[in-house]
Design a protein around this ligand. Sequence first.
Ligand code: 1CP
Length: 326
Amino acid sequence: MRQAGRALPEYRALRAGTAMLDALSTPDLVTEITLQPVRRYGVDAAIFFSDIVVPLRAIGVGVDIKPGVGPVVDHPIRSAADLAALRPLVPEDVPYITEAIANLVGELGSTPLIGFAGGPFTLASYLVDGGPSKNFEITKALMYGQPEMWADLMGRLADITIAFLQVQVAAGASAIQLFDSWAGALSADDYRSCVLPYSQRVFSAQAASGVPRIHFGVNTGELLGLMGEAGADVVGVDWRVPLDEAVSRVEPGKALQGNLDPAILMAPWEVVEERALQVLDRGRTAEGHIFNLGHGVLPQTDPDMLARLTELVQAASARPAAAETR
Ligand code: 1CP
């Protein structure tokens, strides 16, 4: 549940007076904030408290996370000369990540820690458009209009991402997730030719580590097969495609993750319960299923709703499916 921490009063208290990017480079804060939702809800895994722009800032890209907005880049990449700013990342650039993960692995005991990075299209969209975007028009203009520069940009981002994930796995992360959140803005053909090769490079570089690899994007119903082909072990599904349908779109041998609509948590509990059980039922048609929301927790979500949901899912998944007991 990405940003599960954001809905918590204890998160807001700890973050008060500290800028987001400063918090993300302070190991004690990262450790505590990562643990907050694990302690409160007893979820089965922790998601590392970081952000997809952390490796970019670590190599010197001028980027800030503005409250209520998201990542904003000082000098968006628009020319071949701008690309020089994207140098490779080395572990010495992110000592606070290594320290925070090492602390967390000690604190979490048997609860796994999911490390993560931004996918190449999503990182490119912030770097080129300069911040959150609706239509990604500047990014797409570059992708369609300057294919060589696009290839250079995506190659550099893939290598930065590979190095950043390797740091997390070396420090003890037990799974990794690639968030190519905005890849759903592309057609399947464009995704295949302009993004897939780079995501494939990222996943194949992590294959030897043996940790489970998860691939996620929003609005990616038409891309689920390709996102599986990128090489992940688990394909994340938002709420738009039911899991039993997603099964038929993804090649055999993959597990699915998802996919309760985060907005359902605003409805009365009876509705949440019914929909969550439906997700679990449909998930049983997959070769493996990790229950999750279809996207991040909305900030106005009542923490008690998340507590009840976690309890429900843990109890229901501990029971064998009805079909199996027959
Ligand atoms: O629960 C957690 O704290 C998990 C840590 C986490 C993760 C996995 C954060 C902290 N960010 C992310 C990934 C991330 N960041 C993604 C991929 C996942 C997704 O699709 O949501 C993306 C696209 C971002 C970029 C980003 N950072 C945005 C989105 C902006 C846009 O374009 O719409 C925002 C709002 C941020 C800031 C941010 N990152 C994380 C938090 C808790 C916040 C909010 C800051 C705050 O209010 O305190």
